[in-house]
Design a protein around this ligand. Structure first.
Ligand SMILES: C[S@@+](CC[C@H](N)C(=O)[O-])C[C@H]1O[C@@H](n2cnc3c(N)ncnc32)[C@H](O)[C@@H]1O
Length: 242
């Protein structure tokens, strides 16, 4: 496992993650479904993808349910999360794994991956954990790894000036937390409160960073309170036009 407080938080509750995440995080399933829908719409049947910060593999699995002949490279900083993901994907889709790696998204995670080799990079609830300079570096690496015409699809938390959408979201989470086993709920909530770091900003700011990295067709496809799914495309031609 890499040395990172957020990653160690996830590593410690890898076995409880799915139970907590699906029950407690508002819009989680909907977000996964839309990532998968977008992949079905934009990608070829034999698509090659990277799931960046795959966690326990829920986004990868959702994509494979819509495009069973796709193949996915799994990458996360937590060994235990990755182990759950690898088992989940290989048991449901034995031929789908392109490979896997435990690596720090704030470091050289892309080393050895094929530049221009992927139809899409998906990333759900991960990039908000990177400081902004690391975020911009990661987006630039994604751009290099994508084929011309390839897509970056990233769901993250945002904060917008003058909006209470984060407070509202966290209130909803608290309500949902009460409906699950209190021991599990307290265990995960304590870990996340104590160890997880987020770097939130406005959607417009990240959209601009994506465009600076070269992405076109940058748009928000879906939003549930403070969680939004952004899509951007690497241009088909060198001139930046599609
Ligand atoms: C909220 S979970 C999301 C997991 C999965 N994408 C999902 O939608 O369920 C955040 C994941 O990001 C990973 N992560 C956070 N910071 C990271 C970093 N710097 N390098 C690698 N992985 C990181 C954590 O280990 C964790 O698996």
């Amino acid at each position: 496992m890499i040395e990172d407080s957020t990653v160690s938080c996830y590593d410690r509750h890898a076995q409880a993650y799915d139970l907590y995440q699906f029950a407690v995080v508002p819009g989680y399933q909907e977000m996964l479904d839309l990532v998968a829908e977008a992949c079905r719409r934009y990608l070829p049947q034999e698509a090659k993808l990277i799931d960046l910060g795959c966690g326990t593999g829920n986004a990868a699995l959702a994509v494979l349910q819509k495009i069973p002949s796709a193949r996915i490279y799994l990458l996360d900083g937590s060994e235990r999360m990755m182990k759950v993901a690898a088992e989940k994907i290989t048991s449901a889709h034995p031929d789908a794994a392109l490979g896997s790696r435990v690596a720090d998204l704030a470091g050289s995670w892309e080393a050895g991956l094929v530049g221009g080799g992927y139809d899409a990079i998906i990333s759900t609830l991960v990039l908000e954990h990177l400081p902004f300079d690391r975020y911009q570096a990661a987006i630039a690496k994604c751009y290099r790894l994508l084929k011309p015409g390839g897509w970056l699809l990233a769901a993250e938390g945002y904060s917008e000036e003058g909006s209470d959408m984060q407070e509202w979201f966290f209130e909803k989470m608290e309500e949902r937390r009460k409906a699950i086993d209190p021991e599990l709920s307290d265990f995960v909530a304590r870990l996340r409160d104590g160890w997880e770091t987020h770097y939130y900003c406005r959607k417009a700011e990240k959209e601009e960073w994506w465009r600076d990295a070269g992405f076109v067709q940058v748009n928000v496809l879906w939003q549930y309170l403070c969680i939004a799914l952004m899509a951007g495309r690497k241009p088909l031609s060198k001139s930046g036009e599609n």
